[in-house]
Design a protein around this ligand. Structure first.
Ligand code: PLP
Length: 449
C-alpha cells in the first residue's frame, strides 16, 4: 500500500479508488483537485490559476462563486430543504414564472427535472403521449444526453459502445453543416435549403403520421457548434406544422444567454412546441433541468393524470438557486455582455486564423464557439476524425496538454476546441485565453501540410 504524504494525494486516491469517471478509460486518470473558483477562474490545490474557457461543461454561465446564489441556497435550505413535488414552495413558482417570461413563443408551463438528459426523456415521453405517434427525428451530429433515450436521440459516436441497447424508433437526418456539406452548396443558405429538403424527404419516407416529434438543439453545441444557416430551422418547423409533428428545442447548452439571447432558437424566429433546458438555469450551482410546454400541450392532461414523476422534480433548493441565477442574468446584463464579447471574440479569432493554418473553421454564436482544426485547409482533413480513437487523438491530446500547462481548461473533443467562457468574461480575459490557444496551436500547425 502506497503511503499518502499529502492531503492532495489522499483526495486523489479516494476519488480514483472509489469513484468512476465519465467518458474515459479508468486507468491512468490524473484529475485536478480544485478547491477554489471565482469568476472565470478556478484554482487547483497547488495554487495554480486556471482560466475556465468553456464554463466547465458550458454550464457555469454566470461564472464561479457568485455570492447571491450561495445566499439564496442557504436561505432555502434553512427554510424548507425538501418537500415532495405535490407540495409547493415559493421558489418553484417564482422560477417557473421567470422562465415563462423569457421563453420563446408561448411556452408557459414547466415540468422540472434534475438535468438535461431527463428533460429530453420526459419530452420524448410527452410527445409520444400527446400525438399517439412513436418516431422521433433528430440530427446525426447532435448530443442530447447520456441516458438511453437521450443518447439514442443524439448522434454522438460515444453512444456506439451501447448500440445494441438503444431506444427504438429514432430516425436521424443530416445536419446543415456548410463546412463539410454533403450537397456541396455554394452558400450556407443553400446548404440549409438542401438540408431542409432532405429532412422533408426523410419525413415522407418514414411516414409523417408515425412521427411524434423532431428534437434539435437551439444552436448546435458539443457536436462542433454546427451553426444552422438562416432559414433552416424555420423550414423544418413549417414541415413539422404541416404534418402535426411537434418541434422540441433542446436548449440545454444553448439556453440562458449562451448565444447572446436568452435561447438559441431566438436567432431563428421559430416558436417551439416544447423546450428542454438545464445547465445555465442554475449555472451549475445545483442540479436542475426542465421541460417547458405550451398551454395547449399541457391541457392534454387537464382531465387525465400526467404520467411523469421524479422524487426531486422541482427540488426547492435547486429552484431557489435557479431563481437567483435568473436575477443575476438580468441584473448584471450578462446576456448583452455575451453578445458583445462574442463579436469581440470573432474579430480576434479572425486574426488568429491568419497565423494558424490548423484552424479550418471557426463557428460561433454569442459565446458558444468552436475552432475546427484541420491538417490542410484545401482537403479539410481533420486533425482528428469524428469518433477518433486514442491513437488518432494524439495531436489533439498534445494541444490540450499544452493548454493545461499554460493554465487553461476548455472542452476539447475530436478536432474541436471549444470557446464558451462564462458570460461575465471581459475583453482582456478573452485576449488572455486566445494567447494560450495561439501558443498551443503551434503544435497543431506543425502537422499541417
Ligand atoms: N442536451 C444538450 C444539447 C447538451 O449539451 C447536454 C449536455 O451536454 C444534454 C442535453 C444533457 O444534459 P445533462 O448532461 O444535464 O444530462
Amino acid at each position: 500500500e502506497k503511503v499518502l504524504t499529502s492531503e492532495k494525494e489522499e483526495i486523489i486516491d479516494n476519488n480514483l479508488k472509489y469513484t468512476l469517471f465519465s467518458w474515459q478509460k479508468q486507468a491512468g486518470i490524473k484529475p485536478l483537485v480544485i478547491d477554489r473558483a471565482e469568476g472565470v477562474y478556478i484554482w487547483d490545490k497547488s495554487g495554480k490559476r486556471i482560466l475556465d474557457f468553456s464554463s466547465q461543461l458550458v454550464n457555469v454561465n454566470i461564472g464561479h462563486g457568485h455570492p447571491a446564489v450561495a445566499d439564496a441556497v442557504l436561505k432555502q435550505m434553512q427554510e424548507v430543504s425538501y418537500v415532495y413535488p405535490g407540495m409547493v414552495t415559493k421558489a418553484r413558482g417564482e422560477l417557473a414564472k421567470k422562465l415563462a417570461a423569457v421563453a420563446p413563443g408561448i411556452l408557459t408551463k414547466t415540468f422540472f427535472t434534475l438535468g438535461g438528459a431527463e428533460a429530453i426523456e420526459n419530452a420524448i415521453k410527452m410527445a409520444r403521449l400527446v400525438t399517439g405517434r412513436h418516431k422521433i427525428v433528430t440530427l446525426y451530429q447532435s448530443y442530447h444526453g447520456a441516458t438511453y433515450g437521450a443518447m439514442t436521440a443524439g448522434g454522438d459516436p460515444r453512444k456506439l459502445p451501447s448500440d445494441s441497447q438503444q431506444m427504438p424508433n429514432v430516425v436521424h437526418v443530416e445536419n446543415p453543416y456548410f463546412y463539410r456539406d454533403p450537397w456541396h452548396s455554394a452558400t450556407p443558405e443553400e446548404c440549409g435549403e438542401r438540408a431542409a429538403e432532405h429532412f422533408e424527404r426523410v419525413v415522407g419516407y418514414e411516414g409523417p403520421g408515425n412521427i411524434a416529434a423532431v428534437i434539435m438543439e437551439g444552436e448546435s453545441g458539443s457536436s462542433g457548434c454546427i451553426k444552422y444557416p438562416q432559414g433552416y430551422l424555420k423550414k423544418v418547423k413549417t414541415i413539422c406544422e404541416k404534418h402535426g409533428i411537434l418541434f422540441i428545442a433542446d436548449e440545454v447548452m444553448s439556453g440562458f444567454g449562451r448565444t447572446g439571447k436568452w435561447f438559441g432558437i431566438q436567432h431563428h424566429d421559430v416558436e417551439p412546441d416544447m423546450l428542454c433546458f438545464a445547465k445555465g438555469v442554475t449555472s451549475g450551482y445545483l442540479p436542475l433541468g426542465g421541460l417547458m410546454v405550451t398551454g395547449e400541450i399541457a391541457r392534454n392532461f387537464d382531465d387525465k393524470p400526467l404520467p411523469l414523476g421524479l422524487t426531486y422534480s422541482a427540488h426547492p433548493v435547486s429552484c431557489a438557486a435557479g431563481s437567483a441565477v435568473m436575477d443575476v442574468y438580468e441584473n448584471e446584463g450578462l446576456i448583452e455582455n455575451a453578445a458583445r464579447m462574442g463579436e469581440y471574440l470573432e474579430s480576434r479569432v479572425e486574426e488568429l486564423m491568419q497565423q494558424h493554418p490548423s484552424i479550418g473553421d471557426f463557428r460561433n454564436t454569442g459565446l458558444l464557439g468552436c475552432l475546427e482544426l484541420v491538417k490542410n485547409r484545401e482537403t479539410k482533413e481533420p486533425m482528428a476524425p469524428w469518433n477518433a480513437n486514442a491513437a488518432e487523438m494524439a495531436i489533439m491530446n498534445q494541444v490540450q496538454a499544452k493548454l493545461s500547462e499554460l493554465g487553461m481548461y476548455t472542452m476539447v473533443r475530436w478536432n474541436f476546441i471549444f470557446i464558451a467562457p462564462p458570460l461575465t468574461i471581459t475583453e482582456a480575459q478573452i485576449d488572455e485565453g486566445l494567447e494560450m490557444i495561439s501558443e498551443a496551436l503551434k503544435i497543431a500547425d506543425a502537422y499541417c501540410y
